[in-house]
Each structure stands twice: as C-alpha cells, then as structure tokens.
Design a protein around this ligand. Sequence first.
Ligand SMILES: NC(=O)c1ccc[n+]([C@@H]2O[C@H](COP(=O)([O-])OP(=O)(O)OC[C@H]3O[C@@H](n4cnc5c(N)ncnc54)[C@H](OP(=O)(O)O)[C@@H]3O)[C@@H](O)[C@H]2O)c1
Length: 341
Amino acid sequence: MSYNIAIVGATGNVGQEMLNILAEREFPAKEVFAIASSRSIGREVSYGDKTIKCHDLERFDFSQCQFALMSAGGTISKEWAPKIGATGCVVIDNSSAWRYDMDVPLIVPEVNPDDIDGFTKKNIIANPNCSTAQLVVALKPLHDAATVKRVVVSTYQSVSGAGKDAMDELFRQTKGIYVNQQPEVEKFTKQIAFNVIPHIDVFMEDGTTKEEWKMVVETKKMIDPKIKLTATAVRVPVFVGHAEAINIEFENPITADEARAILRESPGVLVVDKHEDGGYVTPVECVGDFATFVSRIREDSTVDNGLNIWVVSDNLRKGAALNTVQIAETMINRGLVKPAD
Ligand SMILES: NC(=O)c1ccc[n+]([C@@H]2O[C@H](COP(=O)([O-])OP(=O)(O)OC[C@H]3O[C@@H](n4cnc5c(N)ncnc54)[C@H](OP(=O)(O)O)[C@@H]3O)[C@@H](O)[C@H]2O)c1
C-alpha cells in the first residue's frame, strides 16, 4: 500500500524538512511531488538520495494525490486548501489559516489523535503553531495526571520560525556587525543579531501578540478549554530550535519526581534532567531530532501544586514538518485514507 503525496511549499524551510522526514521515516510514498510558486518551476529539491523537480501550484493536478502537506503561508492555504480538498486529496496544513475553524481538526498525534476523525467535513486538518506543538506534548500527560489549571509560558523562539528570509537576515546582520556595518532590518522590527525581540506576529487590541494568542486558543482546542494560559513570545538570535520556560499550576498535587516519571513514559517526550552543569537540553542540541525535550523539572513553592519545566524542540520538525507527517501516518494506520495502490 502506498500513497501519492504533494509537498506544497517544497522550497521553503518547512517543506524541505517535510521531504527529509518522509525519506527518514520511510513513509509509504508511491510518488512525491514538490510544489512551489511559478518562480521555482524546474528547481530541484532533495528527497532522500534523489532530487525532484518543482511544479507550479497553479498548474498541478491534486486529484492524483492522497495527501497534500501544505506550508506555503496562510494566504495560499486560505485559497488553495479548499480547492485541493475538493479533489479528494486530504490537506494537512501548517499555516494558521484553518486552525480555528470548528470544522477543521487541529491535531498533535500524541495529544488528540481521535479528533482526526472530524477531517471529513472539509478534507483539511490543521497543524498547530510551532510554539504550541512542543508545549502541548509536554502539558497533556501532566494534565491527565493532575489537571492543569493555569500556565505561564515565556518562549525563546528561533528565527527559522519566520521562514528562510528571516534566517538570512540573522546571518547577514551577525556577519555585518563584526565589520562595523549598520544592521539592515527587513523581516524583523528591530535588530535580531545579538538581541532579543518580545514581538512575534501582529499586535492584538489588548496588547498581546497574535503568536501569544495562538498558544492560548490552540491549547484550549487540543487539550481542555478550561486551561488558563498566558504567554510572552520572544524571538531570539538562534537559527533553529524553540525553547520555553513553563510555569504550571495544577488542580491536584504532583511532585517534580512524579512529573519526571510521567514525562519519561510519555509519547514524543525525552526527559534530560540532571541537576548538574549541562544536565539540560538547549536549542542547538535538538536540531534534526524528533523529540520534545523536557529539562529543569522542579516544584514552584510560591503556589499550591506548581511546577516549572524547560521545554526544547526543533521548531521545523515537531513544530511543523514532523507533526504534519505524523498526522498522515496516523490517518494511514487508522485506515482513513485509501492508498494509490
Ligand atoms: N518555520 C516554522 O517553524 C513554522 C512552524 C509552523 C508553521 N509554519 C508555517 O509554515 C508555512 C511556511 O513556513 P516556512 O518557514 O517554510 O516559509 P518559507 O521558508 O518562507 O517558505 C515558503 C514556501 O512557500 C512557497 N510559496 C510562497 N508563495 C507561493 C505561491 N504564491 N504559490 C506557491 N508556493 C508559494 C515558497 O515557494 P517559492 O520558493 O517558489 O517562493 C516556499 O516553498 C507558514 O505558513 C508558516 O507560518 C512554519
């Protein structure tokens, strides 16, 4: 049994990671099609030990595919996901265009796999925001054990979360500063090299940013609408890998040792938590990995039933491409999609 699969946004950060992961996990692909804009027609991208040529989104026939994994931005997804879904091809979308639609399941397979069944309404499934994906992988097993009441999260998000142009900007600015060049600011609102910026996505009316709002709404949709969450999302001069300092207040008692034992058994989680120099994971160490790493698990004595944890993951993988591929794998395992042959 194998499946034809289209990667929409194949020349981008997330698209390229999707191609790597399909090959690494030996996804049962009959044929893989790379799709991008007309600018990239004929451009070659790597898929395992092969290269494949890009097709133009506007001219591609999606009815030959069982899955379209999309990562070409919200505007493209808004327009194209329904059209692709209507051909019978299931869209798994990485943008924020469909996440908050009640007829579109928002899925992290370790957290709410049963919600996938709702995909038939639009033939679209949404992937959460990168900072939410790693948060909920760590939060869900703790919620099941002691019921999460309130979460305070501060993020340290890498520039790859803003696309390939943002990575180039950090690289150019960093190089330029060593030769006394004035940093040119284009993708970010302030200098990102040797700096941190407490602003990701647009501002909302109440002063939060959309990135912070997404973490609230997506956590409620996937785990429990009763969870109260407040976030500060910060961009840091790291190329790949998001980190989060998370303070959690629970309904019921839970010790750090109990939380550590629960997380050690939880799907998608790797606990690295030695109370010694270097006994924790940092973003550069998680690059290219599938896991969500949890470190610095400790009790917060300022509240009843409180814990602090440090969570790190590759934002292009669990935060985007890996989660998308896992959703497709879950659908196949549950027999929800007919193979090409
Ligand atoms: N990076 C992350 O951590 C992350 C995490 C979760 C979700 N996402 C979401 O994933 C999406 C892509 O992110 P990214 O970081 O991969 O961005 P990126 O590196 O800037 O890549 C954008 C991709 O979209 C394609 N594209 C742009 N305009 C197009 C058009 N008119 N028609 C067809 N294809 C078009 C580009 O193709 P060309 O090369 O031909 O222009 C490229 O392949 C965004 O919606 C982002 O919010 C990203």
